[in-house]
Design a protein around this ligand. Structure first.
Ligand code: NDP
Ligand code: ZN
Length: 353
């Protein structure tokens, strides 16, 4: 089969690989919509997880099942499914502890385009199909469904980990597709004020549509100063980080109130340490929680998120700014993600076979 792969740090290209075999608990899926991710960019062009050779890229997509293992109960060939970016081993001890993302080791649930071939392939292998795939509702297009592989689960995780309470003031740092979904998640969780940090007009417009009450352009000066100016120097109750770098934590910790949470979903592609300001962290006693997590995946989780889309609570179509037709266009879409033109939020590739 043909696939788009990482050929070493900074290099991608089309390769031929053997069609994956289907084990008893697995499924083989043919993609009908694929989306590249900023994470693919960190992986290939920043070498964030080290070198990989001939590893098929991609972890966001919707497809049609073409084969199932003999023990798979919930799905059948012909079903249209969302393929979550994270595909845990659901019988692992970590999954039993509630953290399938880390099944069999930290980040072990992140298999696609990390420790196994990803989804930019003519055939996609999905482990533990009953636990990992999610049925695509008829009313959600495959393209919108592809936003449920990673963007919506990750942005919503950011809002969940922030433990937002009714009336909280929330700052969302970064309003690419993940941060935009975090804005929507924060609004649905009951935030009163949402300060969305970003610079590109497209993203700013969608942030407002998703519920942002204020926009902060980090290019106009420190985010911290702008947040304090808008909050009578009090800061915010929650910060969600979906952009920036290791230094972003400095401002996040400073702007969050005691008892608040800094919730990171950003993939920190560079740097050895994150920065926590000692004094503003209450000299170690400020009750300012700093947390960071990987999206969860799982059939129940992703089908519940899909139910929110069906019910009209979230419209993931707003994220899609660039549309490609045909499997061959996956490369162009990924390169677009790398170059990130100002009007790009999320590209998607539609495929018919
Ligand atoms: P984007 O690159 O599209 O968005 C990043 C956002 O951060 C943009 O709004 C950008 O602003 C803003 N930004 C950039 N630099 C700074 C800065 N110095 N200070 C403040 N804001 C800044 O990324 P995505 O939305 O696609 O993804 C966000 C992160 O989430 C990525 O690191 C991605 O790898 C990660 N991720 C994590 C997952 C998880 O499970 N935890 C899953 C999927 C993705 P501007 O508009 O000016 O560019
Ligand atoms: Zn992704």
């Amino acid at each position: 089969m043909k696939a788009l792969a990482m050929l070493g740090i900074g290099n991608i290209g089309w390769i031929e690989k053997e069609r994956p075999a289907c084990g008893p608990l697995d499924a083989i899926v043919r993609p009908i919509a694929l989306a590249p991710c900023t994470s693919d960019v960190h992986t290939v062009w920043e070498g964030a997880i080290g070198d990989r050779y001939d590893l098929i890229l991609g972890h966001e997509g919707v497809g049609e099942i073409v084969e199932i293992g003999e023990l798979v109960k919930a799905f059948k060939p012909g079903d249209r499914v969302i393929i979550p970016a994270i595909t845990p081993d659901w019988n692992s001890l970590e999954a039993q502890a509630g953290f399938g993302q880390h099944s069999n080791g930290m980040l072990g649930g992140w298999k696609f385009s990390n420790i196994k071939d990803g989804v930019f392939a003519e055939f996609i292998h999905v482990n533990d199909a009953d636990g990992n795939l999610a049925l695509l509702p008829d009313s959600i297009s495959p393209e919108a469904g592809a936003m449920l592989s990673d963007m919506m689960p990750t942005g919503f995780l950011g809002a969940e980990m922030a433990n937002i309470q009714f009336g909280d003031k929330v700052c969302v740092i970064g309003i690419g597709p993940v941060g935009l979904m975090a804005v929507r998640g924060a609004a649905l969780k009951g935030a009163s004020d949402i300060f969305a940090v970003g610079s590109r007009p497209n993203c700013v417009a969608i942030a407002r549509e998703y519920g942002a009450t204020d926009i902060i352009n980090y290019k106009d000066g420190p985010i911290l100063d702008q947040v304090f100016a808008k909050t009578d120097d009090l800061g915010v109750d929650r910060v969600i980080i979906a952009g920036g770098n290791v230094d972003t934590f400095d401002e996040a910790v400073k702007m969050v109130k005691p008892g608040g949470v800094v919730s990171n979903v950003n993939y920190l592609g560079e740097g050895d340490y994150i920065k926590i300001p000692r004094a503003e962290w209450g000299v170690g006693m400020g009750h300012k929680t700093i947390t960071g997590g990987l999206m969860m995946g799982g059939r129940l989780r992703v089908e519940k998120l899909a139910a929110m889309v069906v019910a009209g609570r979230v419209d993931p179509n707003k994220l899609i700014t660039h549309h490609f037709e045909g499997f061959d266009k996956a490369e162009e879409a990924l390169l677009l993600m790398k170059d990130k033109p100002a009007d790009l939020i999320k590209p998607v590739v539609s495929i018919s076979w």
